[in-house]
Design a protein around this ligand. Structure first.
Ligand code: SAM
Length: 333
């Protein structure tokens, strides 16, 4: 406790008595201890999700073998989602999501889902309003690829009511998404302004030449060779006018760069030091869980160019969520 209190996570109010601080409060579910003890599996149900996020013990355990994974020639240069530190630590060869499906991982699966909701709340869909959707004619189609239960679509359906949205995901996710939308927005489903479609993003994209594709929190879950495949399928289905919207965090450099307008003044590090740590921890988390990474502007731009896209604009504050808008590279010949 004192080690944490020394970093302002809890405070020692009198000898051997500790109280919460603003920092430690995110570790609290807000539930009475009796309620948690009565039903431990439901500990995080109905909470804000941040306590669940910070309790990912599988991530903490897997990070202890990160170095081992990085120096083992069998895994050192792999970006396979089944050769990451998490598989080494827990001795299996399933992807993270397949592993969560095992009966013994019920608690972990529930906690992960709730933790992601907490993270999503920090990375709001409002960032989509940074694009001027009025440039798309009425009835334009936007495809949210790997759109989950349709959180981005829900925001967009209100923000840009002239746009029709297709939410693509795995069959089990779209089935759950349809149930959720029947509850909160049945009119949008009935009018077909919002449609769910089962689709694996490693297969050719079935929606041809839409106005836009959204990829929110997708690219950072996949190593570059996998992300390239996803982006290439989208490029092949795009028209010269299709826009690609990538929503996610962009890593800040720790040296002078073109991001300088948002950097901290010297002698601080450009990231404000400890204040900017979250982005680099998430980068390591992506490596530990998926053999993937968060991107810098340059690595994202290089990846997009390989797939035939070029960045038009990046909006949103560094250290938060950002919206990268890209267009197809159209060759003259
Ligand atoms: C981190 S979640 C992001 C969900 C949503 N875009 C958001 O930001 O709320 C990743 C999503 O990708 C989906 N997914 C994973 N593999 C997929 C695949 N091969 N094809 C389509 N969707 C996939 C998952 O089911 C999940 O909904």
């Amino acid at each position: 406790m004192r080690s944490l209190a020394n970093s302002h996570i809890f405070r020692e109010v009198k000898p051997d008595v500790f109280a919460h601080t603003m920092h430690s409060s995110v570790l609290d579910t807000g539930k009475p201890i009796e309620e948690i003890l009565e039903n431990p599996e439901a500990k995080h149900d109905g909470t804000r999700g941040l306590a669940a996020f910070y309790e990912f013990d599988d991530l903490a355990k897997a990070s202890t073998v990160l170095v081992e994974n990085m120096i083992d020639p069998k895994t050192a240069f792999s970006d396979s989602p089944v050769q990451a530190p998490i598989q080494r630590a827990f001795k299996h060869n399933l992807t993270l999501y397949e592993w969560y499906e095992l009966p013994e991982n019920v608690y972990r699966r529930r906690r992960f889902g709730i933790g992601m909701t907490g993270l999503a709340a920090m990375r709001g869909n409002e960032i989509l309003s940074e694009f001027d959707w009025t440039v798309f004619p009425k009835g334009s189609v936007v495809v949210d690829v790997g759109g989950g239960f349709g959180a981005s679509a829900k925001f967009l359906a209100t923000h840009a009511p002239h746009v029709n949205i297709i939410i693509q995901d795995k069959p089990e996710v779209t089935a759950a998404g349809i149930q959720a939308w029947k509850g909160h927005s049945p009119d949008l489903l009935e009018s077909k302004r919002v449609v769910f479609q089962s689709h694996d993003f490693f297969d050719p994209q079935p929606v041809k030449q839409p106005a836009g594709f959204i990829l929110k929190n997708i690219i950072h879950n996949w190593g570059d060779s996998y992300s390239l495949e996803i982006l290439t399928h989208l490029r092949k289905a795009a028209s010269p006018d299709t826009k690609l919207f990538i929503v996610g965090a962009i890593l800040q450099y720790l040296c002078p760069s073109s991001n300088d307008s948002e950097s901290a003044p010297e002698p601080l590090l450009p990231s404000y030091g400890a204040h900017g740590e979250h982005q680099y921890m998430l980068d390591m988390a992506m490596m530990t869980l998926f053999n993937a990474r968060e991107h810098t502007t340059d690595s994202l731009s290089a990846l997009l160019r390989k797939a035939g896209w070029e960045i038009d604009a990046i909006r949103g504050a560094l250290q938060g969520v950002q919206l990268t808008v890209a267009s197809p590279i159209v060759s003259d010949n």
